[in-house]
Design a protein around this ligand. Structure first.
Ligand code: C2E
Ligand code: MG
Ligand code: MG
Ligand code: MG
Length: 293
């Protein structure tokens, strides 16, 4: 085909491309083995309501405990997975694991929510909604509203209609939909208009420097204003200091997440953290910032 021919021509001028493909293939093979051998793990980062400091839940963030290279972050292995045959199986693993964690919290008497990052390929998989239906059916005591699906703005525009249909079905089941990294894509407003959304997450790249950078601050303020106009609650990521939190509160931001509250932590630490946070927040009184911020 012309496409093949084009590829071969490109190839002729760029032998490095071959090496690149080989590396990615190896990475995928290694990752597939890691998935089988249980080397992947979910970390959890708290999400806190600004008005009363209540811990509303945790975002699940994937890690790879590599036998030789140590704990790997998503940017070190997720790019290889994008658009590969592993994207959906990996997403299924994350979903299953995150919902299991929700069960554990419930069993411990904690009513916490879980936010799960969902790739578009996984979202559009035919088993995605049935899997959620099965889970909710076999766990009738779980509030579907405690599950949030975080979707990035990077969905190809041609998939927007299908993605939107699937997300509407998920909302029909009672789940929440969050628009992740809002403002970093090329068509944020189109996504906001087209996708069914319950929550907007302001990307940390705007939040991190907003105390020093007037443009970033203006963007954060505008996104909060926009979210309010759409009657969507808004969560700011990248809340690294107490000052971030208090400025965001003045701007009307509803929820915060960031290193200033806690770094993502292993699942085993979440219950103790939640209890400690609650103790602190109560001593501080509703509406006050916690001392650890
Ligand atoms: P995200 O969904 O926007 O997740 C937030 C990222 O910001 C996390 O990085 C978190 O550790 C980091 N972060 C949170 N608070 C702060 C802060 O105060 N300062 C700074 N500098 N960073 C902060 P992480 O865990 O490396 O994840 C990066 C991205 O990888 C995520 O961005 C998400 O898009 C993707 N990802 C992570 N886990 C999964 C997963 O299970 N499935 C999918 N499809 N994507 C995932
Ligand atoms: Mg996210
Ligand atoms: Mg984000
Ligand atoms: Mg991000």
């Amino acid at each position: 085909s012309a496409k093949e021919k084009g590829r071969n021509q490109f190839h002729m001028f760029d032998p490095g491309l071959d090496e690149c493909r080989r590396q990615r293939r190896n990475q995928l093979m290694e990752l597939s083995r890691a998935l089988e051998h249980g080397e992947l793990e979910l970390f959890f980062q708290p999400q806190v309501r600004v008005s009363d400091n209540a811990l509303i839940g945790f975002e699940a963030l994937i890690r790879w405990r590599h036998p030789e290279r140590g704990l790997l972050l998503p940017h070190q292995f997720l790019p290889a997975v994008a658009d590969s045959h592993l994207e959906t199986p990996l997403g299924q693993w994350v979903l299953k694991e995150a919902l299991q964690q929700l069960n554990l919290w419930r069993a411990a008497g904690e009513s916490l929510g879980v936010s799960i990052n969902i790739s578009v390929q996984h979202l559009l998989d035919r088993n995605f909604v049935p899997h959620l239906e099965d889970y909710l059916h076999s766990h009738p005591d779980v509030d579907p509203g405690s599950i949030t699906l975080e979707v990035l703005e990077t969905a190809a525009l041609k998939d927007l209609k299908r993605a939107s249909e699937v997300l509407t079905r998920c909302q029909g089941l009672g789940l929440q939909v969050a628009l992740d990294d809002f403002g970093t894509g090329f068509s944020s407003l189109t996504y906001l208009r087209t996708l069914p959304v319950d929550l907007i997450k302001i990307d940390q790249s705007f939040v991190l420097n907003m105390l020093d950078d007037a443009s970033d601050r203006a963007i954060v303020e505008s996104v909060i204003f926009l979210a309010q106009r759409f009657a969507h609650p808004v969560l700011a990521e990248g809340v690294e200091t107490m000052e971030h939190a208090s400025v965001l509160r003045e701007m009307g931001c509803n929820l915060v997440q960031g290193f200033g509250i806690a770094r993502p932590m292993p699942a085993a630490d979440t219950l103790a953290w939640a209890r400690q946070w609650r103790g602190q927040a109560q001593r501080q009184g509703a509406g006050r910032l916690s001392p650890s911020l």
